[in-house]
Design a protein around this ligand. Structure first.
Ligand SMILES: C[S@@+](CC[C@H](N)C(=O)[O-])C[C@H]1O[C@@H](n2cnc3c(N)ncnc32)[C@H](O)[C@@H]1O
Length: 217
């Protein structure tokens, strides 16, 4: 069964899009997209030979010739021209940034990105470029993961608060985002018993404002 994290990413992809999954590893996401009929054609990009061989095995095992296409590629370097949607998941922010810096983001309809680290830096990067965040999700799958869907369209500006927590997350205040904030607040309070830092107190108070006053609703 596909992990909750990857299932939630799959749900953010519109039907019938040609998808490029950067750093596909076992090609779990592409196989799911094909099995569920969400996509007809998915590229599984990989920089490493071992994972690329796993993609090739999946093609044979499921008879996905011509539909699941392994591509040896650093990020989107060798992405074919017909790609519409890009997924980059399960990597750290700096790898993701390297991938984004080395491609023409405007060629694609949208990106779905799940960074394992520094999600605020990823949002700051998106904001600095003026990209538009069109969807967001927080998923609990052992850890809290944040997923951002963005596109190059109208230039958007985000406040520091929106960069820290996500503009759509704070508008929607859905149940998992509230759980995530509550957990973050609890962890910061525990750390601050010893650390006793003003910076932590400010973040705790900011989270309380989001939770208690729900000011953005
Ligand atoms: C931890 S796995 C994530 C697999 C899958 N995307 C997921 O979310 O479960 C990261 C994969 O990204 C690949 N990778 C790392 N840097 C890459 C790059 N610059 N271009 C393409 N693939 C890359 C690695 O070889 C590895 O297989």
């Amino acid at each position: 069964m596909l992990s909750k994290r990857l299932t939630e990413i799959a749900e953010m992809i519109d039907n019938n899009k040609v998808v490029f999954d950067v750093g596909s590893d076992h090609a779990l996401l592409p196989c799911f997209l094909l099995q569920e009929g969400i996509s007809e054609k998915v590229y599984a990009g990989e920089i490493a030979e071992g994972p690329l061989n796993k993609v090739k095995e999946a093609v044979k095992r499921y008879g996905y010739e011509g539909r699941l296409i392994p591509v040896f590629s650093d990020g989107l370097e060798n992405a074919p021209e017909d790609v519409e949607v890009v997924v980059i998941a399960g990597m750290g922010y700096y790898t993701i940034r390297h991938i984004l810096d080395n491609c023409d983001v405007s060629k694609y309809e949208y990106f779905i990105i799940q960074s394992n680290t520094d999600v605020d830096l990823l949002r700051a990067y998106i904001a600095e470029k003026g990209y538009e965040i069109i969807d967001e999700k927080v998923v609990h799958d052992g850890f809290y993961y944040q997923i951002s869907k963005f596109r190059v369209k109208d230039h958007q500006e985000y406040t520091p608060l929106e960069i820290r927590y996500g503009p759509i997350n704070i508008k929607r205040m859905d149940a998992t985002f509230i759980e995530y904030l509550t957990d973050l607040k609890k962890r910061l309070e525990e750390i601050n018993v010893r650390a006793n830092k003003e910076e932590y107190r400010q973040t705790i108070s900011e989270i309380e404002d989001l939770l208690v006053y729900n000011v953005y609703h």
